[in-house]
Design a protein around this ligand. Structure first.
Ligand SMILES: Nc1ncnc2c1ncn2[C@@H]1O[C@H](COP(=O)(O)OP(=O)(O)OP(=O)(O)O)[C@@H](O)[C@H]1O
Length: 692
């Protein structure tokens, strides 16, 4: 319970001590300092820790200066009072870096350490972007309104560390760090201990829900290997890889915030999936709202189109019409020709054109004839004569697209146009850093485009990805795309923070025989070395003799899950997603489609496709009819093109299932219906020994 009287007395004592100690400097000068000190001490009486008069490190022979360190629920603030003597904030910024380094030893992420300059309202205009400038009359309110990121125990540990790293240079004990350990920040604005805060504003922000939930631990604390990557100074393009759940995206988000904190330029964060930018932007707004307006989260194709518009170029992207053109081309030159004999499914050849030919930016047959096979059809298809047939199909398709009154563009056309535009005119880029998540899913031309936005500049391009999770065909080496990752610019994360060990083991079983190729030309096999942080979890595999039994069990599992908003139902196809969404709704279970999910808390079961679930995770994951997409696989051992195509599709399906399974943190439920009449294999046997 908050004791206002006791706090006031404590504050009086602390204020008297501070007065005596700093009279010579602060109280002899302007009212600004007096007012600022009073408010700092008031904060210190409200469960913030205030460290005054510290010894700072020297830079270039001169001692740096900041006036105080303030540590509380909202994080660590390095405070300077007044615009002088460091109007541009660079000194304060240097002290802040030293403070972030010291607190980094405890795993505190740089986003939780901020430079704060308290000024007169008139001085606010020349705000350096790297320093948070606050009007002296409002700064305490603003600090109180910061979202909660430290518990009181964490704050105390940080204060201890800071006291050691930056000892007091006065004998007067100015650390007002004996505030009651009553939890965290005051729970309601009415706990405001003084009359100094703007209660109305504070109340509004509470009503907005800004402060209602503490931010997630990973937004404030990182492991040392992750932290090292966030802070790394790379002299050229860099890459972070690592198995599922090792915090690659977490590092990418912190890295984006770190770069935005330290420079005044813009950062671009790209993913292949359309739904992820919203989610990642929500995360970043929670962890570092103060830099959020300088980080653009975009999907690859959305960004490429936006970029072309900005460059004054018109495109006619129309996926449906492009598909129609392909079908016409297939009817003309494919269906009755050699390709149909090799692999009858036209989608296989459409992928060949989209990912291998156009995705790699190939425009002449000799380049296609020589292109090394990675990922698809390695060593079996297509031979030179087959490639001639593919080329004929490709040319027919391109002709049909161009013949329309308004030409039709497909996705690779847009990427190629964007790449060519930036190569022609590098000044079109607004970015100094580009971070690409899930790089393994990008076509080669996309990597070339994004690389050209920043070139080989230091801390420019960062590619994050994991070949084992690639869910699209294609495949190329970064060196093919002209990206040179040398020496320690290629880093691997190895500790899985997400999955319970049982879940990861079951997922790895599914891809045990599936080779994958990473962007750096290494070829891996299913099982990989992963360290697990380890928490309890379960995998439940249930097999039913009818779909209705299966669905009843699914509904029962959803109803009895301990945390519905933390639960996701994932399915491989659109039709299956619609079916399960409908099933859940019909039983009054609220659902939120992953297409619409933006990362904010929503009281509904999440539902979506395996590919839409990429980059996300959930406490509980249910995969109904999980083996349906696997039954076309393993058609025997025919050493021909069809077998290679089937194997490729099967590998892809397994990798997609692997991605879906590794979204689960604590529990994973897999349901299957016995369709032995149609199944050509018994994929459930894969997980047979885990059946309950
Ligand atoms: N330092 C950490 N402390 C606690 N949890 C962490 C830490 N780093 C990551 N996590 C958690 O681990 C999970 C996986 O992180 P993230 O999504 O960044 O991994 P990833 O390597 O990008 O995974 P994937 O490749 O499977 O998409 C997240 O839920 C995140 O909360």
């Amino acid at each position: 319970m908050y004791d206002r009287r006791a706090q006031e007395q404590k504050l009086d004592r602390a204020y008297a001590a501070a007065r005596r100690a700093v009279q010579s400097r602060w109280l002899s000068v302007a009212a600004l300092e007096q007012s600022a000190v009073t408010q700092l001490l008031t904060l210190a009486g409200a469960q913030w820790h205030l460290l005054l008069e510290r010894s700072w490190p020297a830079r270039g022979g001169a001692a740096l200066r900041a006036d105080a360190l303030l540590v509380g629920a909202g994080g660590v603030f390095v405070v300077a009072i007044g615009g002088k003597p460091d109007a541009d904030g660079s000194q304060l910024h240097s002290v802040t870096r030293s403070v972030a380094k010291a607190t980094g030893e405890l795993g505190l992420a740089p986003v939780a350490v901020r430079a704060l300059q308290i000024c007169e309202a008139a001085e606010m205009n020349d705000a350096g972007e790297m320093v948070w400038r606050l009007d002296v009359r409002r700064f305490a309110t603003a600090l109180h309104a910061e979202r909660r990121r430290l518990t009181s125990t964490q704050a105390r540990l940080i204060v201890e560390q800071l006291s050691r790293a930056f000892p007091a240079h006065t004998s007067v004990p100015l650390s007002v760090d004996d505030a009651e350990d009553a939890g965290n920040t005051p729970e309601t604005p009415d706990d405001d201990p003084g009359g100094l805060f703007d209660l109305g504003e504070l109340r509004d922000r509470w009503m907005d829900g800004v402060l209602s939930a503490p931010i997630e631990n990973w937004m404030t604390f990182l492991a040392q290997d992750q932290l090292a990557l966030v802070r790394r100074n790379w002299q050229g393009p860099a890459r972070i890889s690592g198995p599922a759940g090792t915090g690659k995206t977490v590092v990418g988000l912190h890295r984006a915030a770190y770069l935005a904190q330290r420079t005044t330029s813009r950062v671009l964060f790209i993913t292949y999936a359309r739904n992820l930018p919203r989610v990642q932007s929500t995360f970043l707004h929670a962890m570092a709202p103060y830099v959020a307006d300088r980080i653009d989260f975009r999907s690859l194709f959305g960004f490429a189109q936006e970029f072309l518009r900005h460059a004054g170029q018109t495109t006619h992207l129309n996926g449906d019409r492009a598909r129609l053109m392909f079908n016409l081309a297939w009817a003309k030159v494919g269906r009755s020709g050699r390709l149909a004999e090799l692999v009858p499914d036209p989608r296989y050849w459409q992928d060949e054109i989209e990912y291998v030919i156009k995705g790699r930016g190939i425009t002449d047959f000799s380049a296609y004839a020589a292109v090394p096979r990675r990922g698809r059809g390695r060593g079996t298809v297509p031979q030179r004569t087959d490639r001639e047939a593919v080329w004929e199909l490709y040319e027919a398709y391109e002709r049909l697209k161009a013949e329309r009154t308004e030409s039709v563009h497909d996705f690779p056309d847009v990427l190629v146009a964007a790449r060519d535009a930036i190569l022609r005119d590098p000044s079109l880029s607004q970015y100094s850093s580009v971070i690409v998540d899930e790089t393994q899913d990008l076509p080669q031309v996309a990597v070339q485009f994004l690389h050209a936005l920043v070139g080989d500049a230091p801390n420019g391009l960062l590619l994050i990805g994991d070949g084992q999770q690639s869910v699209y065909p294609g495949g190329f080496r970064l060196s093919d795309a002209g990206v040179d990752i040398r020496g320690d610019r290629g880093q691997v994360l190895r500790v899985n923070y997400r999955n319970a060990p049982e879940i990861l083991a079951a997922a790895l079983d599914v891809v045990a025989d599936v080779a994958y190729e990473d962007l750096d030309d290494t070829v891996g096999r299913g099982q990989r070395e992963v360290e697990l942080v380890g928490h309890d979890g379960t995998v439940t595999v249930r097999r039913f003799s009818s779909l209705s039994e299966h669905d009843d069990a699914l509904l029962h599992a959803v109803r009895t899950t301990p945390d519905q908003p933390g639960t996701a139902v994932l399915a491989p196809t659109r039709r299956a997603i619609e079916r399960y969404a409908q099933l859940l709704r019909s039983r009054n279970i609220p659902v939120c489609l992953l297409e619409e999910y933006n990362g904010a808390a929503v009281d509904a079961v999440k539902i979506g496709s395996y590919t839409r679930a990429k980059g996300l995770d959930f406490k509980h994951v249910l995969l109904p009819c999980y083996d349906d997409s696997l039954v076309t696989s393993m058609n025997g051992s025919r050493a021909d093109a069809l077998d290679a195509a089937l194997r490729e599709r099967s590998d892809l399906a397994r990798r997609q299932l692997f991605v879906a399974m590794t979204r689960a943190r604590d529990t994973l439920w897999l349901g299957a219906v016995d369709r032995s009449a149609t199944a050509s294999g018994d994929p459930v046997a894969l997980l047979g020994d885990r059946m309950t």
